[in-house]
Design a protein around this ligand. Structure first.
Ligand code: CP
Ligand code: NVA
Length: 319
């Protein structure tokens, strides 16, 4: 990677916003920060810096990892939920134009994806997507870091996603396309990913050597895959469809029988929160192939890397 490359001041709205070399900057920084934390020699790269966290949906991992990450880097995070109902008490644009005067970055978990776009368009500080109905880029970046740690390389990687063509799949497909991964998806009829995202991922994959593969039979996508990935059948905001979704996705459970058709060393992944007995069984989730809680931990390290790189830039690398 060229030493001059920098993410200083950049937004992360879509997983497609980052080039392969920018993703590798984040992986390298995350591995460094993780090692420093393990060794008890963390720096204070973000001393005096503040992160605003606008959350309009619940969260365990995203909230705690961003808050803890800022504290570990010597900075501070302000969690805003019902106080700031975006677009209700004041417009999204005005919220952005206030926050940019107070803080050094904003992470937002909104309902409609367009709200994040609008925040980013109106705030001069970096805006990070902490999950929207369309994408979850921080999750996908932490997930590929986790695979890299377990496999030692991303070369020749085949990732099979079983379930909903949702926000998590979208970001995994886009980061995977950038990194040259074969990303497979098996979903029931009616739960396909966004054609726009698939087209974009295919466009990116055409230059990286990646591929997107689709099959209705989950057994077909897991055969020979290095990673079996699943997510909830009902994402936040879709609760009224839970019952029809349970019916539609019944044959798409990641269980011991499905795993038996995969490589014996295949990794099992889930972004969490999991619904044990629905999209994944407890024996598989807690089994020897599961790296689910490593994924969760890596949200912390990857996002700290993102905060250092976007708020402090190359100057923050020295610690
Ligand atoms: N995986 C994830 O983003 O979890 P939370 O919804 O708890 O933040
Ligand atoms: N697809 C899930 C991911 C949660 C982290 C949702 O949007 O609810």
């Amino acid at each position: 990677m060229p030493a001059s490359e920098s993410l200083l001041g950049r937004d992360l709205i879509s997983a497609a916003d980052l080039s392969a070399s920018e993703i590798w900057i984040l992986f390298d920084r995350a591995r460094q920060l993780k090692a420093e934390r393990r060794a008890g020699v963390e720096g204070r790269q973000l001393a005096g810096r503040t992160l605003a966290m606008l959350f309009q949906k619940p969260s365990l991992r995203t909230r705690v990892t961003f808050e803890a990450g800022m504290a570990q880097l010597g900075g501070h995070a302000v969690y805003l939920t019902n106080d700031v109902v975006l677009g209700a008490r004041e417009s999204v644009r005005d919220v952005a134009r206030n926050l940019e005067r107070f803080v050094d970055a904003i992470v937002a978990r909104t309902g409609p994806h367009e709200v994040i776009d609008e925040l980013a368009a109106n705030a001069s500080v970096p805006v990070i997507n902490g999950l929207s109905i369309r994408e979850h880029p921080c999750q996908a970046l932490a997930d590929y870091l986790t695979i890299l740690e377990h496999r030692g390389t991303l070369d020749g990687l085949v990732l099979a996603f079983v379930g909903d063509g949702n926000n998590v799949y979208h970001s995994l497909a886009l980061v995977g396309a950038t990194l040259g991964v074969e990303v497979r998806l098996s979903h029931p009829a009616g739960y396909a990913p966004s054609p726009k995202i698939v087209d974009r991922a295919r466009e990116i994959a055409a230059t990286s050597g990646g591929t997107l593969v689709f099959a209705s039979d989950p057994g077909e996508v897991v055969a020979g895959a290095d990673v079996i990935y699943t997510d909830t059948w009902t994402s936040m905001g879709q609760e009224s469809q839970a019952e029809e979704r349970r019916d539609a996705f019944r044959g798409y459970q990641v269980n011991a029988a499905l795993l038996a058709g995969a490589r014996p060393d295949a990794l099992v992944m889930h972004c969490l929160p999991a619904h044990r007995g629905e999209e994944i069984t407890s024996d598989v989730m807690d089994g020897p192939q599961s790296v689910i809680f490593d994924q969760s931990e890596n949200r912390l390290h990857l996002q700290k890397a993102l905060l250092v790189e976007t708020i402090a830039g190359p100057a923050g690398r020295a610690g």
